[in-house]
Design a protein around this ligand. Structure first.
Ligand SMILES: [Zn+2]
Length: 382
């Protein structure tokens, strides 16, 4: 890649792409160990790769408090969700080793501070609810009572679930620069991709140079369709219906928090670090159940000045096939009524697929439907 091509891309959040991967320091084996949850392992990986630039470690008290209260770091940069490491007790030494659930050592953390936090307050502020039925709130309530903060140096990483889709922010930026792209729209998804998503990603792509399909493959609720199946859906869709030289498919290693509006901001900032200049925000982005209003994840962008986030959100409505228009459309672009639209609920689609039936071609591409039918068939059999 040429330097000039790379310089055409949007700058990372805080201007500098962080890289906290380094050599394995001597004596790591003798350090006190903290075992990380799956969410914390994701966060660690993203700190290491610069996906969470400008963060260089788990958040200290001042950043945490200001993020919870005002959605800003102490330096004033927008930041919408805590990135913290919970522990049962303060470490004895000033350096600890961080391990995943299996005991694999991943990083060292130089302990800067240890502080208590108010779980109810964090829940109310960040998730908009203190309800322990909310999956993100339930996880927060189950955490250990102290946050340990400090800069991390990661020297190992959990092998990627999909090595062919693993692109760190620097890799994604290089891929964009290689193609000569300047404006790239990022698309976040954690669901199988149907024609509604195809329509809005293509609508966005019409206005920019390239599309990053960036499915979330970190930890999600257990009732979501598994990542391997979703990845196969993206693969067959892109292979059959997108021009290969306009699309990059890569995995987004974050764990879902289900924090709705605040997570939409956080997702946008992360994608800016990957080099995206635009980011698609649909209805109820990162929502769960009925905790958030339909448009909350779009309206929250108004709480920042446009230049502060830099990355441009692109807001989309739900799309459908309209029989009268004879094409995909949304309530923004089609004047016809629901009777003219091919609309299927998520439940209805699952019922069809589980019974081995393809949904209408106006709803789902047959190649994608076949992948999902195979999944539901094997899920029922196993
Ligand atoms: Zn219409």
């Amino acid at each position: 890649m040429t330097v000039a091509a790379a310089q055409r891309l949007i700058r990372p959040h805080g201007s500098r792409l962080v890289n906290r991967f380094g050599e394995r320091p001597d004596g790591v084996d003798t350090l006190e160990r903290l075992a990380l949850t799956a969410r914390e392992v994701s966060d660690l990986e993203m700190i290491g790769s610069g996906a969470l630039s400008p963060l260089e470690g788990f958040m200290g008290r001042d950043d945490y408090e200001r993020v919870v209260d005002e959605m800003r770091l102490t330096n004033g940069l927008p930041w919408s969700l805590p990135v913290c490491l919970a522990a049962a007790a303060a470490p004895q030494g000033d350096r600890v080793a961080l391990a995943d659930g299996s005991g694999r050592l991943l990083a060292v953390l130089d302990v800067h501070d240890v502080y208590p936090y108010d779980k109810e307050r964090e829940a109310e502020r960040c998730f908009g609810t203190g309800d322990s039925e909310h999956p993100g709130v339930a996880r927060l309530y189950a955490q250990e009572p102290l946050y340990v903060c400090g800069r991390v140096t990661a020297f190992d990483r959990v092998p990627a679930a999909f090595p062919e889709l693993a692109l760190d922010p620097a890799d994604a930026r290089a891929a964009f620069a290689e193609r000569g792209w300047k404006r790239i729209v990022g698309f976040q998804t954690r669901n199988p991709i149907h024609r509604a998503h195809e329509y809005l990603t293509k609508g966005a792509l019409e206005t920019v140079d390239g599309l990053l399909i960036h499915p979330l493959i970190g930890e999600t609720k257990s009732d979501d369709v598994p990542a391997a199946t979703r990845v196969e859906c993206y693969r067959v869709l892109v292979e059959n219906y997108y021009p290969a030289d306009r699309v990059v498919v890569s995995a987004f290693p974050a764990a879902m928090r289900y924090a709705g509006p605040r997570e939409a901001i956080w997702h946008a900032i992360c994608r800016k670090n990957y080099g995206c200049s635009h980011f698609i925000v649909g209805r109820d982005h990162a929502g769960v159940g009925t905790y958030y209003g339909t448009y909350d994840a779009q309206l929250i962008f108004d709480e920042f000045e446009a230049h502060e986030l830099d990355i441009e959100p692109m807001f989309f409505e739900h799309a459908f096939w309209c029989k009268v228009c004879g094409q995909m459309a949304t309530p923004k672009s089609c004047p016809h009524g629901e009777d003219d639209h091919v609309l299927l609920s998520g439940t209805k689609v699952r019922e069809l697929l589980a019974a081995g039936h393809e949904p209408p071609v106006e709803f789902s591409r047959p190649e994608v439907a076949d992948v999902l039918i195979d999944y539901y068939r094997s899920a029922a059999g196993g």
